[in-house]
Design a protein around this ligand. Structure first.
Ligand SMILES: NC(=O)c1ccc[n+]([C@@H]2O[C@H](COP(=O)([O-])OP(=O)(O)OC[C@H]3O[C@@H](n4cnc5c(N)ncnc54)[C@H](OP(=O)(O)O)[C@@H]3O)[C@@H](O)[C@H]2O)c1
Ligand SMILES: *C1O[C@H](CO)[C@@H](O)[C@H](O)[C@H]1NC(C)=O
Ligand SMILES: *[C@@H]1O[C@H](CO)[C@@H](O)[C@H](O)[C@H]1NC(C)=O
Length: 323
């Protein structure tokens, strides 16, 4: 996708572009045989994603830490579409304990799982440690989703095997993955407060998301599992995500307004990658505006991806042992 198509909304090779909405990219798709989990589905891009997946017939579980907001989002969807199948389940991604409890509750519901949308995220928050003692943006955006995906993976593989329908995982990354610390991931000082940059810590967490999507994709292919995993940049959309940088973003928007999207456009890439039949078998790929795109050299580094995989497992094991 070129800068020109980003501004004009001109479609790329997929037939869709930056102006396409989630409804447009899923037009005519029947998802009534699919069950999906959307993390952070109570607001922003996630809420629109839930609405459109449910509109196409999918059974959607909103995984949210704020149950009141999630129930409101569900209510709005039901007012528009009385047949929508939407459930709400508690999940706080910054807590490894909460992630495990969520996975246990979901598995106890004995539903199939075809689609996992790792959408929740925080951006540019001031330095803070999670309850497991891990820097908050890395803990929420990356580690919580890493743990969640691992806990649900067996279920996804089984669903794919038993139904013959490909499972899909989509991770919400960001173009900001290009703006990270020099070494990409600060393995030896992940919790370092003195060198903390709220912007680079966000970039680092979003780089981790792409690296993991690529690593898991390689592992799933090696096993012959019918589950794909891709990462996307949704575009620039004014949402609650900007709560820690509201003024900065408002000013930025004045100068860059041609690049901004509305929420229905912001949910398009996620919905496209989650549902579109043309992406059958496509995995380990990074998408922007509904088209394949090249991630940064760090994001395609296989060594770094392996190292991050082991590092993430170690962090989770030691946090769970302490608990
Ligand atoms: N908007 C953009 O321009 C943009 C650009 C690039 C990438 N993205 C990515 O797109 C995704 C969606 O963002 P958005 O713009 O739709 O922002 P949003 O409206 O703030 O949505 C993020 C969601 O994540 C939830 N969340 C945050 N921390 C959580 C936690 N610890 N546990 C569970 N849920 C948590 C939020 O819930 P609460 O309300 O409870 O906090 C919220 O529902 C994010 O991953 C973001 O990084 C967005
Ligand atoms: C995204 O994909 C990877 C798979 O690669 C998965 O392990 C991970 O838990 C997901 N989430 C993040 C944030 O990496
Ligand atoms: C994998 O999923 C695709 C798409 O749903 C399906 O066409 C294919 O037959 C599946 N393959 C296997 C081995 O189940």
């Amino acid at each position: 996708m070129s800068l020109i198509s980003l501004i004009t909304g001109k479609p790329g090779p997929s037939g869709f572009g930056s102006a396409s909405t989630a409804e447009q990219v899923t037009e005519g798709i029947d998802a009534s045989h699919l069950t999906a989990i959307v993390t952070g589905g109570a607001s922003g891009i996630g809420a629109e994603t839930v609405r459109v997946l449910a509109l196409r017939g999918a059974h959607v579980i909103i995984a949210a830490r704020n149950l009141e907001a999630a129930n409101n989002a569900k209510q709005l969807i039901l007012e528009e579409n009385g047949a929508a199948r939407v459930d709400v389940l508690k999940l706080d991604l910054s807590s490894l304990k909460s992630v495990r409890e969520f996975a246990d509750s979901f598995l106890a519901m004995d539903l199939p799982l075809n689609i996992l949308l790792n959408n929740a995220g925080v951006m540019f928050c001031p330095y803070q440690l999670s309850e497991d003692g891990i820097e908050m943006q890395f803990a929420t955006n990356h580690l919580g989703h890493f743990h969640l995906t691992n806990l649900l993976l067996e279920k996804m593989k089984r669903t794919a095997r038993e139904t013959g329908v490909e499972g899909r995982i989509v991770n919400l990354s960001s173009i900001a993955h290009k703006h990270t610390y020099d070494e990409g991931i600060q393995f030896d000082k992940i919790n370092d407060q003195s060198g903390y940059s709220d912007k680079k810590a966000y970039g680092q967490s979003k780089l981790a998301i792409i690296l993991h999507a690529n690593e898991l994709s390689r592992r799933l292919q090696a096993e012959g599992a019918n589950v794909t995993i891709n990462s996307v940049h949704p575009g620039l959309i004014m949402t609650n995500l900007m709560r820690h940088s509201f003024l900065l973003m408002q000013i930025l928007k004045v100068f860059t307004y041609i690049f901004w999207k509305n929420v229905p456009q912001g949910a398009a890439t996620t919905c496209y990658v989650a549902l579109h039949p043309s992406l059958k078998g496509v995995t380990g790929t990074y998408f922007l505006d509904c088209n394949k795109f090249t991630a940064s050299p760090l994001a395609t580094n296989e060594e770094l991806a392996k190292k991050l995989w082991d590092f993430s497992n170690k962090l989770i094991n030691s946090a769970e042992q302490r608990a």
